[in-house]
Design a protein around this ligand. Sequence first.
Ligand SMILES: [Zn+2]
Length: 311
Amino acid sequence: MLRLMPSLTLGAWRIHTLETGFLWLDGGAMFGSVPKPLWSRTNPADERNRIRLAMRCLLLEGEGRRVLVDDGAGDKLSPKLADIYGIEHHEHTLEGSLGSLGLGVEDVTDVLLTHLHFDHAGGSTRREASGALAPRLPRARYYLQRKNWENAVAPNPRERASYMPENFQPLMDAGVLTLWEGERSPWPGLEVFTADGHTRGQQLVRVSGREGTLYFVADLIPTASHVRIPYVMGYDVAAIETMEEKRALLRRATAEGAWICLEHDPSVALARPVAEGDDFGWGERIAATSGVPAEREPIPGRAGPAAPRRA
Ligand SMILES: [Zn+2]
């Protein structure tokens, strides 16, 4: 069955949300100090206390580039780890979602990695028949913050399980990884900026044009439920920093009427934040798979009509 994923156009950029699969992580770890009776209403846990999470990426087409933002968990996990993390690829894979746009992995020119945790960057490499590891996007250059690289190659004990060298060392060995320091605008209408509360050197993406603005916020706001300022993951290295970074981002996005792409929400791909007292909630939301062609279901509001789908 052809899965239809929301897309929109902002300035020079055609933006496609790209499902790459699901994983299941401990609900308590995902919600930190928030009690289970609260988070389990919106994110029900399975018998192993895990909740279902998407691994949603972006494909940005514009300025002569096809830029992938994050690349999911990939397919290198051992059967034991794939079971622990509940990796699901029966509905979606990176290759399948690119294929639904008429594209293959060789068409991606650039990969922006928010950070090297396995559920964001595991799809960066693949194991060849010989057993050797190679870049999975064979013609792409990859970009990461230097601070996150340094964190990943010498991880602290809390994050060690999430930074798996097979996902990133082959990129450096192949000479395709560029390390950035701080915020920058690699192409017109596209900016990256950092948020360090989840992990050191996480970079987030802002795309803007005359029709509006979109943020890809990775693990700063992993699911729709995490829009509330105190909803901070137990995984984060610095909860207070996350809350400050989240408030600043939501203030800015609310003032801009911006869309936020939620990387891990199992059902909501895009949503617009709204102020609710001294906290935040959501206004319009766009489901991850709409089931009807995007041109017959335009994304409403300031972002303008959705870009027509190619496949
Ligand atoms: Zn992470």
